[in-house]
Design a protein around this ligand. Sequence first.
Ligand code: GLU
Length: 614
Amino acid sequence: MCGIFGYSGSKNASQLILEGLKRLEYRGYDSWGIALQDQKSKIKDQKLIAEKHVGAIGDVNSDFRLSSVDSYVGIGHTRWATHGGISETNAHPHFSTDKSFCLAQNGIAENYQKLKKDLQKKGYKFKSETDTEVIVRLIEDKLASRVDSGVVRGFVGTPQNDKSNSLKEAVRSAFLELEGRNTVIVLTDDGQIIAARNGSPLVVGLGKREVFFSSDTLSFAPFVSDVIVVENGQMVTWNGKLDLLDIKSNKSLPANPEKINFKSSKVDKEGYDHFMLKEIHESPYVISQVINQDQSSLDDFVKVLKKAQRVYTLSMGTAGVAASQIAFYLRNYAQINAVGLIAAEALDYYEMFSNQDMIITPSQSGETADVLEVLEVAVKKNVKIASFVNMPGSTMTRVSDYKFMANAGPEICVMSTKVFTSQIAFGYLIAKMAQGKGEEGVRNLQSLALEMQKYLDSGSNHEQIKQLAKELSKKKDVFLLGKYQNFNIVKEGMIKMIEGSYIHAHGIPAGDLKHYAITLMEKGVPVIVVISEDIAKDDVLNAVNQVKARGATVIGVSPSPYPGFDYHIPVPDTGETSAIANIIPLQLLAYYMAVELGHNVDKPRNIAKSVTVK
Ligand code: GLU
């Protein structure tokens, strides 16, 4: 997934890049690296210097090695490794052999093996195992062939203009050869920045006599007033002047800066020990943000939604579970023919997509590669697209016919909590509107937010879950059972537990238990059962008896206790919105387990928040 950042202006580049990368850390934290142009470099023909480290950039103080360098232009990268182990050598930026430029990448060059073989045959040497270094060598090769063919003179000693045009052209033609979703940023020893986008996000921020390049707008928001969202197939160059061009045709494009204003975005823990806990506490607020959606946009959208022949709700990970729950609400309350899909598993639906259909996609980042791939097909087939995204200026929002913003505020913890809650609350609201009971839906969400607030404010609720977390942290496996409105909720509980505690968890439809997982039930196995006062209650209680008979320890999450529970976690009975209330204790349980086990709560190992690779 990776985060890329670039700066050129009159301030200390190292500090700004460090701060920018810290804000992009959610995109990956295997390693980080910064490269700067060092005007005063004592080494002849070596004006680029770099510092790279394994580990998270968030742990770095402002006095890292490069911080003392007087530099006003540089690039940086925070990595989520896809190709090549987590090591300093594989950390970005990667340098050209003559150290005249360096490059950082977000994405995967899917044809890197073939390219590498060809380049090796030509004598190019590789230091790292990354696909990124292949891009660097490919650019070198393009440059060399321009020199050979006499398009430009030798690189060293070439007049400035020829040299920069030549590199720009080499980046452009190398980029055209890459397969897969990629965004690259290049820094040259004469202080030029070149960035190209195809798939992974790229935004340019314009401040007062300074320019920022980044994977998201939030990372430079405090410093800029205008933003250019670079589209797929476009390239930007900066050498004191900004140029935008179409990569394929090599033609200049007009850059259309958009005003932004989220300087007030709060990104501190506000007294909570972790962002995760703070963000769970913001659940009532995010529900109020759902209720405050623009009514006429919602009305227009629901009109079309009701007429759709088929509705596909799709996303990945936690948002994928939210997508399924949205489909559940649409079927259950509005009898809409909705199917929830994991975007990466939508291939077999492509042929069936038609212009009578609609896709609804909830996403935190709006940049999930697996989702964007489906949307590219959907656009071609004229499927209507609606998105519910939390990050401003995202690709998903741009390709959507109906765009809704979660406005949940920045979600910093890599495990999604409040945004999931907001996504399913949005699903409930649109389903109630489609049912013709929008006002009732709003009232129900209002009382849900109040009940959630009370639940979260009660110290004894936290204490109870903390104690339980202590016990569960000693276990090897945890099972979760749910049905009907609570099936996706236990699935999401499972995801949170796996992410936070690294303990194996398994969310099962309560009715399916007896068909396979019952073999695993024995004395002391913890089974979390989520029950609402609804039509599925008795079936789930049967499952409680079935696991209890085999000695399992039952933890019931429900408004009132039932026989068979060893522990009872009381939750408010909020009727139709019960499932949304029920996710809170499961999120808290995962949180307290992560704390109990001494894990890095806000940054679980190996995952990243915005998954822009496939
Ligand atoms: N493929 C590059 C690497 O492994 C970038 C990864 C990414 O963008 O997630 O270093």
